[in-house]
Design a protein around this ligand. Structure first.
Ligand SMILES: *Cc1c(COP(=O)(O)O)cnc(C)c1O
Length: 379
């Protein structure tokens, strides 16, 4: 069945006791046993909860994986995957990485003994050079944030596997509707469900999905041992959001493309970055690897930081806020907001300039969004 159908039906069996079409939210921390260790599969809600299990089921299905573990945030999911490594192991990643991933690696895992190498080149060959005998894990985000470069998942997965490493893809920006990393050879997918999967900017969450069920064992162990789980109500909310993911992604993509085309060549912009534009450096790869170019458009405003600040202050329909992927449009200044944890010289070397603003294009009427962008850019 199509992903849009599975998003609605997987993990949504009617409640066997009442017939409730929508399964109840299991607000319980514990489960009554008939006799010691004689239970119905649940003992304590850190270890397992039926509302969380339903949510994990639909995410595994959408990513075409075999199993999923949900976490209290995207960062908790990232930490769970990183905990598979041991001191002295190496992780290799593309440098244009979510700021929080960079922060937890550099400030928590490096002092603990993790070795990390970054590349600023998108070509799979540079990954091949960085992966040494100590490398256990290769980590990608694609599209990257905020530069929207596209990395070749299939080729990088082959290179990682030849050298005995696993490939992890943070699929938050693309979602399984636009890109399926496990089908392309990745071993693990990580999500911040806070973004498109939840889709309504009202719940923080994360998830890890694996290609093979046995790969989930150490992740589930970590989930129960460290305890960074989402509550049942959070799982319910995010699961409710997932049901409309396909429809929302269609509109995010069409709105973003129309906005990118409209703003291309604007007199007050230095550049418009969107993988769906033919002048994007990875346009061809995006067309092959993705079913749409996503809902994020990055702009470089003329006038550096002052120009970007004026734009952020004048825009009205777009809210000036961190995060992305909700139904409402947001604008963010990566240098100061989402990527503030990355030292300025590293940010600039990576091309995250002070004039840069990142749009998370929502699903409002595109004419209203374009009118708002036009008035804000007139300043
Ligand atoms: C937001 C985000 C994260 C972190 O997720 P939280 O839910 O905020 O902890 C990780 N990766 C990407 C690409 C993100 O956008």
């Amino acid at each position: 069945m199509d992903i849009s159908t599975r998003a609605i039906h997987t993990g949504q069996d009617p409640d066997p006791t009442t017939g409730a079409t929508i399964p109840p939210i299991h607000l319980t921390s514990t489960y009554t046993q008939a006799s010691p260790a004689d239970h119905k599969g649940y003992e304590y809600s850190r270890t397992g909860n039926p509302t969380r299990a339903n949510f994990e089921k639909v995410l595994a299905d959408l990513e075409e994986g075999q199993a999923c573990a949900a976490f209290a945030s995207g960062m908790a999911a990232t930490t769970a995957v990183t905990s598979l490594l041991r001191p002295g192991d190496r992780a290799v990643a593309y440098g244009d990485l979510y700021g929080g991933t960079y922060r937890v690696w550099e400030q928590v895992f490096r002092p603990w003994g993790l070795e990390i190498s970054y590349t600023d080149e998108t070509s799979p060959a540079t990954f091949a050079k960085l992966i040494d005998a100590k490398t256990k894990l290769v980590w990608l985000e694609t599209p990257t944030n905020p530069l929207l470069r596209i990395l070749d998942i299939k080729t990088i997965a082959e290179i990682a596997h030849e050298r005995g490493a696993i490939l992890v893809v943070d699929n938050t920006f693309a979602t399984p509707v636009l890109q399926q990393p496990l089908a392309l050879g990745a071993d693990v997918v990580v999500h911040s469900t806070t973004k498109y999967l939840g889709g309504h900017s009202d719940v923080v969450g994360g998830a890890v999905i694996v290609a093979k069920a046995e790969q989930l064992e150490p992740i589930s162990f970590y989930q129960n041992a460290a305890g960074g789980i989402p509550g049942p109500f959070d799982c319910y909310l995010a699961h409710r959001g997932v049901k409309t993911l396909s429809l929302r992604m269609e509109r995010h993509c069409s709105n973003a493309l129309e906005i990118a085309k409209h703003l291309q060549g604007h007199k007050n912009l230095e550049s418009v970055v969107y993988p769906g534009l033919s002048d994007h450096p990875d346009h061809q790869l995006a067309a092959e690897q993705m079913k749409g170019s996503g809902g994020i458009v990055t702009l470089v405003v003329k006038g550096g930081r002052d120009g970007a600040y004026r734009f952020c202050e004048r825009i009205k329909v777009f809210a000036l806020a961190e995060s992305l992927g909700g139904v409402e449009s947001l604008v963010n200044h990566p240098g100061v907001m989402t990527h503030g944890a990355i030292p300025q010289e590293i940010r600039e070397a990576r091309g995250i300039s002070d004039g840069m603003v990142r749009l998370s294009v929502g699903i409002e009427a595109v004419a209203d969004l374009i009118a708002d962008l036009d008035q804000a850019l007139e300043a």
